[in-house]
Design a protein around this ligand. Structure first.
Ligand code: XMP
Length: 502
């Protein structure tokens, strides 16, 4: 299959470029080194200044070794110009947001575009002088070299971002680049399922697979694929007692309805809650839950039998982030996923979804018959409700939060706003305040409502939910959830806040 390689220079849009290229039908990888397997390369944007020592660099001799077409975007555009002897400098002013660019539509990169197009800009540095044999093919009032080409070398650069929706003709530009690379459009999810099932069957044959499923979309889709491949696979779902209302029941039913056998539910509420007694520190909570999970998983797996493979719901961005930790920001929270599992068991790994993005996993899930509502569920963290209880986790507190969570979800689903939000959930603040209900004084905990909009969870805006929806949430929680006498709305974006509280 023809592929395009996207160099990651730390830009937040790098994965977005890969997703756009895949949506256009060509498989794209995030890479750090060139390789012969790619029909073209895109150099992504990034936060660095090309002229500083710390700035991410291209591998040495890149342009001598590489013969396929190359497109630079933003930082990549500046990098290419510099590498060929051009000059990059701070512009007169920062250029940010929607701009009109004048484009040379005779360039193959801008084939089928208008002479004036809206583009999305986000830069201060810019190409001040072009290398020899390069020609300008786009400009804005602030950026005289907003796009260039060298047709002999098949090298192109754009200062703006074709991958974001604010560049309405961006897809056409990326499609033109695909044409330039002469890549065949062979990346189709429809065929992917059958070939993955065939591949799993031949890879695993009569070996045995054990897998933990959290009830999340990734692990569920991976489990369905494994079971469709008629492999001898067993799935362990640990009910930690920290799950949302009816969660275990719903997940069990979904698996049952899909005809998946060997789905083992382990009731472990007491074990988890006992281990969390007196624990307030968020990182400690996360580690305790992660460790306990592994312990139970290993114990239960042993009861079922011996296994050769460990199934995991790893998806593409998980791999990129864990393979290149130094290229990403420091770890802010210890993430616990059912996937991140037992090294001690020394099993081979099988990760059916490892080349897919989340939206691709959702589409596959739908093709495999998982209910739409389940597939479109908001993300839910591995340590579950424990990290939404700010303070010690107890059975009573989990119950309060679970009830509040069911109310919030029901109201937001009925409002039609669910799919517009990245996440909405209540968290329990275990600090008491005075209130009055009936004619009685109350002294109870508070619930805070977190509702955010985001594209990738790296940044998020708090959602400006209608007051009527907030009012309904507040009224119902106060009236129906005993132990709560106050509801707060969180108006912190990320950064500086994180989405979860702990
Ligand atoms: P933060 O709180 O870091 O969360 O802004 C970013 C996104 O990650 C989710 N999250 C987790 N997901 N295991 C997960 O699978 C975890 O331990 C975990 N912690 C946070 C969070 O819900 C948000 O979508």
């Amino acid at each position: 299959m023809d592929k395009i390689g996207i160099f990651d220079f730390g830009g937040q849009y790098c994965h977005l470029i890969a997703r756009r290229i895949r949506d256009l039908g060509v498989y794209a990888d995030i890479i750090y080194e060139p390789s012969d397997e790619y029909k073209g390369f895109i150099l992504s944007g990034g936060p660095g200044d090309v002229y500083t020592d710390q700035a991410p660099k291209l591998p040495e001799n890149f342009f001598l070794d590489v013969e396929v077409p190359v497109l630079g975007i933003c930082y990549g555009h500046q990098m290419i110009a510099q590498a060929h002897g051009g000059e990059v400098k701070k512009g007169e002013e920062r250029e940010y947001g929607k701009k009109i660019a004048e484009l040379d539509s005779s360039s193959p990169l801008f084939f089928n575009l208008s002479k004036r197009e809206q583009v999305w800009m986000s830069h201060f540095d810019q190409v001040a002088k072009l290398p020899d044999n390069f020609e300008t093919i786009g400009k804005t009032n602030i950026c005289p070299i907003a796009a260039y080409q060298n047709l002999e070398k098949n090298v192109f650069g754009v200062q703006f971002h074709p991958e974001v929706i604010h560049t309405p003709s961006g897809d056409r530009i990326l499609e033109n680049f695909i044409e330039i690379t002469e890549s065949k459009k062979e990346w189709k999810l429809e065929g992917w399922v059958e070939s993955k099932i065939d591949q799993l069957r031949s890879e695993i044959k009569d070996k045995r697979v054990i897998m933990g499923t959290s009830g999340g979309v990734d692990s569920s889709v991976a489990a369905v694929l494994l079971s469709k491949a008629d492999i001898n696979a067993h799935f362990i779902y640990v009910d930690t007692g920290l799950m949302r209302s009816k969660e275990t029941e719903e997940v069990s039913n979904i698996f049952k309805n899909l005809g998946i056998e060997n789905f083992h539910v382990v009731e472990a509420e007491d074990e988890f809650l006992d281990n969390l007694i007196g624990i307030i520190n968020p990182e400690e909570k996360r580690k305790i839950i992660g460790r306990k999970f592994i312990e139970i998983f290993e114990r239960e797996a042993k009861k079922i039998g011996n296994f050769d493979y460990l199934g995991q719901g790893t998806i593409y961005p998980d791999r990129i982030e864990s393979a290149q930790p130094s290229k990403h920001a420091s770890i802010i929270k210890t993430h616990h996923n059912v996937g991140g599992l037992p090294e001690k068991m020394s099993l081979n790994l099988v990760e059916p979804l490892k080349e897919l993005y989340k939206d691709e996993v959702r589409r596959i899930g739908k093709m495999l018959g998982l209910p739409e509502k389940f597939i479109n569920r908001h993300p839910f963290p591995g340590p579950a409700l424990a990290i939404r209880i700010l303070g010690e986790v107890t059975k009573d507190r989990v119950k309060i939060l679970r009830n509040a969570d069911a109310i919030v979800t029901e109201i937001i689903e009925a409002s039609g706003l669910y799919n517009q939000l990245w996440q909405i959930f209540p968290a329990l603040i275990t600090v008491k305040s005075v209130g009055v209900m009936g004619d009685k004084r109350t002294y109870d905990y508070m619930i805070t409502i977190r509702a955010v909009e985001s594209i990738d969870a790296m940044t998020a805006d708090w959602s400006k939910l209608p007051y009527s929806v907030l009012e309904e949430i507040s009224n119902q929680i106060i009236n129906k959830v005993s132990g709560i006498n106050r509801v707060l709305y969180d108006i912190t974006s990320k950064p500086p806040g994180t989405i979860e509280y702990e």
